[in-house]
Structure formats: C-alpha cells, structure tokens
Design a binder for this molecule. Structure first.
Ligand code: HEC
Length: 216
C-alpha cells in the first residue's frame, strides 16, 4: 500500500501532477480546441478612431455593468440548417448568437455579466438612428419614459451653447412638443464617439466567420 503519510516525495509529486493534469484538461486543451474551431479574421482592420474612443468611454462609464454583449446559444437543441445552434430562447430577440470570433482582438472583451438593460451585441442593427441614440444618451426618459438608465448629460450642450465640433441632435417630435421649440441639444465629440461605437455593434448583417458551428 502506498503511504501518503510517510512518503514526503509522494506527498509533493502526487498533488503537483494532479494539478498539471487538471490544468491541461480544464484550461489548455479547451483553449487549443477553441482556437482551431474559431480562427480570427486575418483581414480584420483596427477600429476607426472615433469608434475606439467610444469603446474607451463605454468602459470608463461602466456601461457593461448594466449591458451584456453576448447572445447565448442553446446547445441542448439540435443545430439548424446552417449547421449552428439556435440562440437561447431568452436571448433570441438580441440577434444571432455571438461567437468567440466576435471578441477576437478585443481587449478587454465586453461580454458583461448582468442585463439591467438590453443586450447590446446588435444595438447598432436594432437601433440604427444616431439621433435616437443621442436623445436616449442625453436623457433616456425622453424616449423611454420608464427607463432606469442614467442620463449622460455631460456629453451634451443645451440651449445656444454650441461649441466647435458639436453636432445638433435632431430631437423626436414628441420631445420638442414636451420641451418647447427653443429646446436644442448638441452632442459633444465624446457623445459622437460613444454613439459611433454603439452603432458599430452589429451582428445581424455580419455572418460569423466559420464560427458558431457545432463541434463535430
Ligand atoms: C444602471 C444601468 C445602466 C447603465 C449604467 C447603462 N444603461 Fe443603457 N439601458 C439600461 C436600461 C434599463 C435600458 C432599457 C430602457 C431604455 O431603453 O432606456 C437601457 C437601454 C440602453 C440602450 C437601448 C437598447 C435597446 O435595445 O433598447 C442603449 C443603446 C444603451 N442603453 C446604451 C448604454 C450606454 C452607451 C451606456 C453607458 C454610457 C449605458 N447604456 C449605461 C440601463 C443602463
């Protein structure tokens, strides 16, 4: 009988080997497998400057504490005709399931963990109007009356305060009616970057590069 109690070499080597084995099985092999299954896109271009700036602001403002960017697959159901698993029923309205390729080159990837607000993986596809996005960012309750999202007013000027580089927001008729004709909102450069980033989030029109395929 092997005695763990008395053999100090065994006491050291056995846990070390177990640790190495588990690390290989749980972390290293799956990573190699995933990398083969979802190769990155070699033609991927770096983000345009304004989108990259918007992404930085998205991180700085903590938008991802309330918004995910991950549409989950339902691997319990059979794969569809396209050879991919369908989205989880609860996630179907947020677009096609996201895949590891969608997060390639993202540092950090912004999957998020909690959905206080909707998933934004396809926010640009779902809500493509920049003016809606500006109005919503300026004050969510102007367009979604019962919204719990904070207002990000410091990215805007109001009244006649327009400054160099500002963009006037085309307010929805309902907002003008509510606030009066004199009410004008100008989006500062950072608001424009943030909205450029949100509008760049599109999964609907971009087919995933060989990804989302069911493992053989
Ligand atoms: C405290 C949580 C919270 C934070 C932080 C937050 N949001 Fe939201 N967001 C919400 C909620 C709740 C909604 C749904 C109601 C609405 O549309 O306003 C929402 C909706 C949205 C929508 C519309 C999505 C859709 O499909 O209707 C966008 C776009 C959005 N948020 C972007 C942002 C951005 C950009 C930031 C960071 C600057 C941010 N949110 C920060 C809670 C949050």
């Amino acid at each position: 009988m092997i005695s763990f109690h008395t053999n100090h070499r065994l006491l050291l080597v056995a846990p070390a080997l177990t640790f190495a084995l588990l690390t290989t099985v749980i972390a290293i092999l799956p990573a190699i497998y995933e990398n083969r299954l979802y190769p990155g896109d070699p033609d991927r271009k770096p983000l345009p400057a304004d989108v990259a700036r918007g992404r930085e602001l998205y991180i700085a403002e903590g938008c991802s504490y309330c918004h995910t960017q991950q549409v989950r697959v339902d691997t319990r159901r059979p794969v569809g005709p396209d050879g991919r698993f369908p989205p989880l029923a609860a996630d179907a309205r947020w677009g096609r399931p996201t895949t590891p390729a969608d997060y390639a080159d993202q540092d950090p990837p912004l999957l998020g963990t909690q959905r206080t607000g909707p998933d934004l993986a396809d926010a640009g596809g779902r809500l493509p109007s920049p003016d809606w996005q500006f109005t919503h960012l300026y004050d969510p309750r102007l367009v979604v009356p019962d919204s719990r999202m904070p207002a990000y007013r410091w990215y805007f000027h109001t009244g006649d305060e327009r400054a160099e580089g500002d963009r006037e927001v085309l307010l929805p008729a309902s907002v003008i009616e509510q606030k009066g004709k004199g009410f004008r909102v100008f989006a500062k450069r950072d608001a424009q970057a943030l909205v450029a980033y949100i509008l760049s989030l599109k999964t609907g029109t971009v087919p995933p590069a060989r990804s989302g395929a069911a493992p053989k």
